[in-house]
Design a protein around this ligand. Sequence first.
Ligand SMILES: O=C(CO)[C@@H](O)[C@H](O)COP(=O)(O)O
Ligand SMILES: [Fe+2]
Length: 219
Amino acid sequence: MMIKVAPSLLAADFAELAKEIRTVEDGGADWLHVDVMDGHFVPNITMGPFVVDAIKSHTRLPLDVHLMIEEPDRYIPEFVAAGADVVSVHVEACPHLHRTLQLIKSLGVKASVALNPHTPISMIQHVINDLDMVLLMTVNPGFGGQKFIHHVVPKIRELRTLLDENHLTHVDIEVDGGINVETADLVKEAGASVLVAGSAIFKAEDRAQMIRQIRGSDG
Ligand SMILES: O=C(CO)[C@@H](O)[C@H](O)COP(=O)(O)O
Ligand SMILES: [Fe+2]
């Protein structure tokens, strides 16, 4: 399986974003992961469409926008206009999930649903044909630098089986939170195809080498 690595900018120096982006883009990142938090869905506030727009002008990498916000439908068009290429909404924040996914797709970008660590795979069973990706949180959303929650690994396996049974092999499984060289092996073995990593990459002495190690092409 082709593995993509998406550095999370949450762990970057926000006062030097353009430079930070250059280091991971030159270092071989596949996507840039952008964490949007509203202080309601999660107990932290990060950035909005204005910053996404600024990031877009400094990279050719696809922007993987992880919306940890309530009422995402109100803001999705703005994030797409700002340059989002993949939009993840949390199932826990979407009472009309099917409608939200159609909205994302109607804007011509990839639609993804994110699940908190305790949220069962069955929550998305009836929308799997409308998805380009599923984001499985491997920490409780809200902050970078947290510890990987191991009980999510069987959920990755369960989702991969569900996708295989429905001939949806093109649907990516993204994992997010606590990914490092060790946990990367566990999630890839279970069927994940997009690995988000913030602290592991931005705190590494050699970011390019860390990206290669997480992807697994470096032994
Ligand atoms: O969505 C989130 C946190 O809510 C993540 O994208 C984190 O930013 C990942 O950071 P690390 O756990 O890799 O440091
Ligand atoms: Fe994220």
